[in-house]
Design a protein around this ligand. Structure first.
Ligand code: C5P
Length: 244
């Protein structure tokens, strides 16, 4: 959805003024671990595809002026059919990083703040979107939502034998939407050294530049849907009115 400059949480800060916020929603994965006959983003959840749930929550935040959905090359028409009018649709790439890069190329040059969001985290609440944008507008140029790790974490060898136990206290399981100053994320993607391997999140590319990344509190509803059990649980949550 393209629109005028957004106020949102920035309006509270006189030093920030009007800002343009764009969001890339990556939905071009095949979602093989879900075991469905279509890409995960187009699997139905309570009458709507996952990607639609994700985009609706981003728009409901009221702080995002442009949304670009990145889908598999064969799913462009279907995406245009199921997504709200004005939501741009582009074809993704070989991995998540390439899909994000494709989405970034479609953002307006005048974008100040970029969010990158996984369609697979389709129940991430609109309030979380607003909190991430607020933190970027407050001057943190890379912001990721994260949750403390509550399980005990073991290091194992390829045979499954425990090598050690990790101190979980400083660990955070990070989610999306992740928020960035547009210039920083564009530079991080431009500098991405493919020899180092593809990053599984965008903050990882910013870290490679040596730039600071802030973790803000995440939300349990921003959990990624990966397996059939995750999808079933999400179905119960939607029917119970959670995350709407
Ligand atoms: O595979 P994984 O669950 O880590 O993917 C995270 C997100 O990245 C999903 O929303 C998926 O659709 C997206 N993705 C993508 N293009 C790819 C691979 C994954 O947009 N080539």
């Amino acid at each position: 959805v393209t629109g005028p400059a957004q106020a949102g949480p920035a309006a509270a800060s006189p030093s920030v003024g009007w800002q343009r916020v764009g969001c890339v929603v990556v939905a071009a994965g095949d979602g093989r671990r879900l075991g469905a006959s279509r890409p995960k983003a187009f699997v139905d959840l309570a009458g709507r595809p996952l990607v639609r749930h994700a985009v609706d929550r981003v728009l409901a935040s009221g702080v995002v002026g442009q949304v670009v959905a990145v889908v598999g090359a064969g799913w462009l028409d279907e995406a245009r059919r199921v997504l709200p009018t004005g939501c741009q649709v582009v074809a993704g790439g070989i991995d998540r990083q390439a899909s994000v890069a494709a989405g970034l190329r479609s953002l307006s040059d005048r974008t100040d703040v970029v969010l990158v969001h996984d369609a697979a985290r389709c129940l991430a609440p609109s309030g979380l979107v607003g909190q991430v944008v607020s933190a970027v507008l407050a001057g943190h140029r890379a912001v990721v939502p994260g949750l403390a790790v509550t399980d005990t974490v073991k290091l194992v060898d390829p045979d499954g034998r425990v090598v050690g136990t990790v101190d979980r206290e400083p660990l955070r399981a990070v989610q999306t939407p992740q928020g960035f100053a547009h210039e920083l994320l564009a530079r991080a993607h431009a500098d991405a050294d493919l020899a180092v391997g593809s990053a599984t999140d965008d903050a990882g590319l910013v870290e490679r530049l040596g730039e600071p990344v802030l973790v803000v509190p995440g939300h349990w509803l921003a959990r990624k849907i990966t397996t059939a059990a995750d999808l079933q649980l999400a179905g119960y949550l939607v029917s119970a009115g959670e995350g709407s």
